[in-house]
Design a protein around this ligand. Structure first.
Ligand code: ADP
Ligand code: MG
Length: 772
């Protein structure tokens, strides 16, 4: 099939993150009215001096569109992601990637905020949209899979690994790149999980996000240093057709684009300093190479990320970039870098083709059927051929029989040629001949028969040729299949992200199905309760109350309850409407019975239009309409409730993780201060092996999610110690309340509790001091 091709440059959008009250706004203006919207950034004199090559004060950048601070997630989805999702549904590959410094809103844009349902980002909205569309289209059979890859330090990790409860990144299965002889990229070890509906896909997303969060340690700062690629794989097929369309949508949250700030001569900041993240440096090289004319070599292979996204950059893909910008004064510098990068990306031309391929298995099935049909036809034809050769003797016999029959005047006489279709046919033809041309004999008939025989011989040869041709085709396809299988074996397990134009990945799909049936729900519960001493649990309870996210949890609980009530209400309403409809239907039937009875009594009265019945029908239609609206609201609520439940689980996990880090730090500190109060370090360690390990490189990064506004503030928080800087530990419970913690008599647990109380008082004291 001739593949449809779409040539298009990468679409580049900008999104400006809302400033917090404390931030000083940088000076910029947005003009979305022009043919090509533009963003103008004005740099203050003192800062402009720092730009070594360029002392301009004002910079103007063109974008497809600029979304200023107030743009909400639904608008972002509708304008940026929906058109890409539509292309992917039609069979083209799509990519949306977010680029910008840490804290500029990449994750918020791609995945969404963890607090409000309305904050959900491009991934959950796209899943919702795609499954909605698939459901509406009954003309095709669709299969959907998702995969979720994290690339950190040139290593790939499978975030959807269902078997693990990862507590660090190294626990996740390592994904590696394989290149086949046709230079297609295959990702070894990346699982493709089947998702048959929105709910299953969302569960997978949350599983991946949870693994992503758990795997992050303060040391690797994975969220800012790693790239995350969530991919939706769609294949579709019309029933009975062997042609399969495959497409995939990469939704990419890139590593933070911030550069190493180099101080030049005279203390000036050099803006052209190197990326912190090396793979972004290679991404830039690829983009520069693509923008240059006559460059034949594009250095995709330099990093794993550019290898995986090769098709998205200058290849077979509809690609969209979102430049995320933090426009406060301190980040203007990075924002200009981001915009410059965006301008280069906007020059790249991609060529997306419709990814259609023939499934050799289906093709073979189809051809086999065709061959069987041909064989049947041939058998029929050859059968006729063989038996149509009535011998001369038989023919003469027949002629005689017919002649006697025609001459016989007995009205009871009959012509009996036996149960032989050939003879019956011959007899009719012969008699027709005699009636039309009474003078001619049956001899002419015989000669005609011979020419007919020649015709069918020709047809037979034709069919035989066709059969041979089909046999050849099958042989070719079987060889192809074998080769595919071998190729798949070579890159086992063959769950390829980049399945490209190569046919059939049946085995990998099967594997994925097996895996997906064993996906656990989030691993929260087992982590929460496993191996905690009583004292530790007690402390966890208090920590939970104090944690800033407890407000989120409470809010969400309230919201959930509200939604549940609403859903219950709607459920009742649905029942009510259903009952009403049934009642009206009953009335119609009654009415019909009455009128039928009337018709029997007075046959003269015609049973035609009945205004009463019509009225009842209209009422039913009305009720059905209201049923439909209530039902769609009900369904929407269901999705929201499920989403909220997943959000809650996620926040709970985060609190748990924060606690583990904090607790181990406190225990360690306490041990250092008063070693005699803890039984012995040897007894502490085995109880929290996991905690102690992670405390070795502790910083409160995971605490500071709330209240952080700018990347710069982030790093300020990171440099503080837990006890003085943690913004989320609030002093809601007075120190005296610690006496309410019961001692257990278990020396280990008691030591835990005491350590906790001591640590807590420390915090409260320090907090008190800093407030004065
Ligand atoms: P990045 O992934 O680029 O490092 P994040 O998406 O984590 O940045 O954003 C940093 C913080 O800013 C988060 O707390 C996020 O919720 C918030 N944030 C980012 N963009 C927006 C926005 N458009 N509206 C509201 N909050 C936002
Ligand atoms: Mg992020």
């Amino acid at each position: 099939a001739a593949a449809a091709m779409v040539k298009e440059t990468i679409r580049v959008y900008a999104r400006v993150k809302p400033l917090s009250r404390r931030q000083q706004a940088g000076s910029y203006s947005v003009d979305n009215e022009e043919l090509l919207p533009s963003l103008e950034i004005t740099v203050p004199r003192d800062l402009a001096d720092g730009f070594i090559n360029n002392k301009r004060e004002s910079y103007r950048f063109k974008f497809q569109k600029i979304f200023d601070q107030e743009a909400k997630q639904d608008v972002i989805f509708d304008s940026i992601a929906k058109p890409v999702a539509e292309c992917v549904l039609a069979g083209y590959n799509g990519t949306i990637f977010a680029y910008g410094q840490t804290g500029s809103g990449k994750t918020f844009t791609i995945t969404g905020g963890a607090e409000r349902y309305s904050d959900r980002g491009i991934i959950p909205r796209t899943l919702s949209y795609i499954f909605d569309q698939l459901q509406k289209d009954s003309s095709k059979v669709y299969t959907t899979h998702v995969s979720y890859l994290e690339i950190y330090n040139e290593c790939g990790y499978d975030l959807l690994d269902p078997r693990h409860e990862a507590s660090k990144m190294e626990d996740l299965p390592k994904v590696t790149i394989m290149e086949d002889s046709d230079q297609n990229i295959h990702l070894k070890n990346l699982s493709l999980q089947q998702a048959t509906n929105e709910e299953e896909a969302l569960n997978l997303l949350f599983l991946g996000d949870t693994n992503r969060m758990i795997a992050e340690t303060p040391m690797n700062q994975a969220s800012s240093r790693s790239h995350c690629i969530f991919t939706i794989h769609i294949s579709s097929k019309e029933p009975g057709s062997a042609t399969i369309r495959r497409s995939k949508l990469h939704l990419v949250d890139l590593a933070g684009s911030e550069r190493v700030a180099k101080t030049g001569i005279g203390g000036h900041l050099l803006t052209e300093a190197k990326y912190i993240n090396l793979s972004l440096h290679y991404l830039e090289q690829v983009i520069i190479a693509l923008a240059e004319k006559n460059r034949s070599h594009i250095p995709y292979r330099n990093s794993m990320m550019t290898s995986v996204l090769r098709d998205s950059l200058g290849g077979n893909c509809m690609t969209t970039m979102i430049a995320t910008l933090a426009m406060d004064k301190r980040n203007i510098d990075e924002s200009i870098s981001t915009c410059r990068f965006a301008q280069r990306v906007a020059l790249i031309k991609n060529e997306a083709v419709l990814n259609e391929e023939i499934d050799p298995r289906l093709m073979i099935i189809q051809l086999k059927k065709e061959i069987q049909d041909l064989k049947d036809e041939l058998a029929l034809l050859t059968g006729k051929q063989r038996t149509s050769e009535l011998s001369q003797e038989e023919l003469l016999q027949l002629d005689e029989l017919i002649e006697t029959f025609l001459k016989d005047n007995d009205p009871d006489s009959s012509l009996d040629v036996g149960a032989d279709m050939r003879k019956i046919k011959y007899s009719f033809v012969h008699m027709k001949q005699i009636i039309n041309h009474p003078m001619t004999s049956g001899k002419k008939l015989l000669s005609e028969d011979i020419s007919e025989e020649k015709n069918s011989n020709e047809e037979l040869e034709k069919l035989k040729g066709l059969l041979q041709q089909r046999d050849n085709e099958i042989n070719i396809l079987v060889t192809m299949l074998k080769k595919e299988k071998k190729k798949a074996r070579d890159t086992l397990p063959p769950m390829s992200l980049e399945e490209s134009q190569s046919p059939s990945r049946c085995s990998s799909l099967k594997d994925a199905k097996v895996l997906s049936s064993s996906i656990p729900r989030l691993p929260f519960l087992s982590r929460a309760t496993g191996g905690m001493s009583l004292g530790c649990q007690e402390a966890f309870e208090i920590f939970k109350q104090d944690h800033a996210d407890s407000i989120t949890i409470e809010d969400n609980k309230q919201l959930l309850k509200q939604r549940f009530d609403e859903a219950k209400c709607l459920g009742e309403k649905l029942n009510e409407v259903r009952n009403k409809i049934n009642h009206l239907k009953g009335k119609i039937i009654q009415r019909q019975i009455q009128r039928a009875a009337l018709g029997v009594l007075n046959p003269s009265e015609e049973l035609t239009f009945d205004p009463v019945e019509e009225n009842l029908r209209m009422q039913i239609e009305e009720e059905k309409k209201s049923y439909k609206t209530v039902y769609s609201r009900f369904k929407g609520l269901k999705v929201e409730i499920e989403h909220l439940q997943l959000l809650m689980e996620k926040v709970k996990m985060k609190v748990q993780k924060d606690f583990e880090v904090w607790w181990s730090e406190e225990a360690k500190k306490f041990q250092q201060e008063k070693p005699e109060m803890v039984a012995s370090p040897n007894t502490v360690n085995p109880v929290y092996p996991q905690l102690i390990r992670s405390s070795q490189h502790l910083s409160p990064i995971s605490f500071s999610d709330t209240g952080r506004d700018s990347p710069n503030e982030d790093s300020a928080v990171k440099n503080n110690s837990v006890t003085s800087g943690s913004p989320t530990l609030k002093t809601r419970i007075p120190p005296s309340s610690s006496t309410s913690i019961p001692l257990t008599g278990d020396s280990q647990a008691d030591a835990d509790i005491l350590a906790f109380i001591k640590a807590r008082q420390n915090i409260l004291q320090k907090k008190g001091k800093s407030c004065q």
